[in-house]
Design a protein around this ligand. Structure first.
Ligand SMILES: *Cc1c(COP(=O)(O)O)cnc(C)c1O
Length: 433
């Protein structure tokens, strides 16, 4: 589509609503959480997005995480161009996925084998299937406040009754789909032990984001995650770390490396495709060898290990390693968030702001007396307070993810100059308001 200079986001949204549900292809993009019309973007470079009306924005959403080097990093773009000229898809064995697999296996000691799929959702779905096959059990334990993609079995939240009970988090999910999913709140070892003492022999796996980053940023205590690992092990359940966001963002070995906890299976996505659709599940060979054609667990994909994702992903990961991006990303994140916080506090008299950060992830929220580790401890009025800040920043050309429950991301393209510009824009916007 060629986008003419005169078209507006509003016009495109009206048209889009006629042909797609809610006018979008993934719900949060609709701006429903913050109100107003979604911006339609036409291009991006580095830290900057450009909308169809020609206005530019400094991007702190970054496609929800994959773009750790920013948009169209020149080195990755070169690899993508080479891929255009080599092959777009094989549907056959090729060396590009092998190279990415070998690289990942070489970095993470307990990852012995990996299978590539097309999304994080698919990775989680497949990992659960493997866990059920490996244990011969049917139940899965998950935690409220963790997101694992939109597979039926995990679109489930805590029920109103007993601890562990669940109810569906979406229409269209039959009770038979969720009967085997148990749900607990985060940050509570006692509930985990109680549930395992009752249900342990039926639980195939416990799945958790070791850094929950899809319902705000609910940083967990290491002791909680260690306890989870030991209780699962004691009862013969597999531990699955969903590192679709945290993998290769919290350093090259992800949260599991930072915590020193080895899960049985891990899921990846986002960064490992360098901005192209990808997912992966990985772990110890004894589990991955259960997957077809080696083993009895069926899992397949027409476009799996597509060369764009494989080659862009490997180039991205190698660059992260070569340039040791993590320390500088963390430093920039603190520059940004501390700068923004002092501006928020200076001008926004209604609510006292705080920010939780972890590496290059950040999440603004209202101040709370203790660290926010569970869904229930998110301060009241968060959504509305965030919506106000979101629109103030958007007006001056700073783009945050359009929901108070999404985290913000930084990339290598977010230089000190970009951060200084961001703070200037924020100050200008708050001053006017
Ligand atoms: C994004 C995400 C997913 C889902 O990945 P998709 O590629 O969107 O299907 C699953 N788990 C976590 C932790 C994620 O952040």
């Amino acid at each position: 589509m060629t986008v003419s200079q005169t078209i507006t986001s509003k016009e495109l949204f009206e048209r889009s609503k006629k042909v797609s549900p809610g006018g979008v292809h993934s719900p949060v993009r609709s701006f429903r959480s913050v109100g107003g019309n979604p911006v339609f973007f036409k291009s991006a470079q580095g830290a900057v997005l450009t909308d169809v009306e020609g206005k530019s924005y400094l991007d702190y959403c970054l496609s929800f995480g994959p773009l750790i080097l920013g948009h169209r990093d020149p080195e990755i773009e070169e690899v993508v161009k080479q891929t255009v000229e080599t092959a777009w898809s094989f549907g056959a064995a090729e060396p590009y996925s092998l190279e990415l697999a070998e690289w990942i296996v070489s970095k993470i000691p307990w990852v012995e084998k990996i299978r590539f799929v097309n999304s994080g959702t698919e990775a989680v779905m497949s990992a659960l299937r493997v866990a059920k096959a490996a244990t011969g059990r049917d139940k899965i334990l998950k935690f409220d406040g963790c997101y694992h993609g939109h597979l039926d079995a995990l679109l489930v939240k805590a029920g109103s009754g007993l601890a562990g009970e669940s109810s569906s988090d979406s229409a269209g999910i039959g009770s038979e789909m969720i009967r085997n999913t148990l749900v607990l709140p985060l940050d509570n070892e006692n509930l985990v032990e109680e549930l395992f003492s009752k249900e342990g022999k039926n639980i195939a796996a416990v799945i958790i984001e070791p850094l929950p980053a899809n319902y705000g940023l609910l940083v967990q205590r290491k002791e909680f995650l260690q306890k989870l690992a030991s209780v699962a092990k004691k009862h013969g359940a597999l531990l699955i770390f969903d590192e679709v966001i945290s993998g290769f963002r919290m350093g090259l070995t992800g949260m599991s490396g930072m915590l020193g906890i080895e899960p049985d299976l891990v899921t990846y996505g986002k960064i490992i495709g360098g901005g192209f659709p990808v997912g992966a599940y990985a772990g110890k060979a004894e589990f991955l060898d259960l997957v077809a054609p080696q083993g009895p667990v069926y899992q397949a994909g027409t476009l799996s290990a597509n060369p764009f994702g494989m080659r862009a992903g490997l180039a991205t990961l190698k660059k992260c390693e070569r340039d040791n991006v993590y320390a500088s990303l963390e430093e920039k994140t603190l520059q940004l968030t501390q700068g923004l916080l002092s501006i928020f506090r200076k001008y926004d008299v209604e609510s006292e702001w705080a920010c939780t950060t972890q590496g290059s992830l950040f999440w603004f929220h209202r101040k709370s007396a203790s660290p926010i580790r569970t869904v229930d401890s998110i301060p009241n009025g968060h959504k509305e307070a965030f919506a106000k800040v979101f629109h103030l920043l958007l007006g001056e050309g700073v783009y945050l993810a359009p929901s108070g429950y999404e985290v913000g991301f930084l990339s290598l393209a977010h230089t000190s100059e970009i951060i200084a510009q961001t703070l200037e824009k924020a100050e200008a916007s708050f001053k006017k308001a």
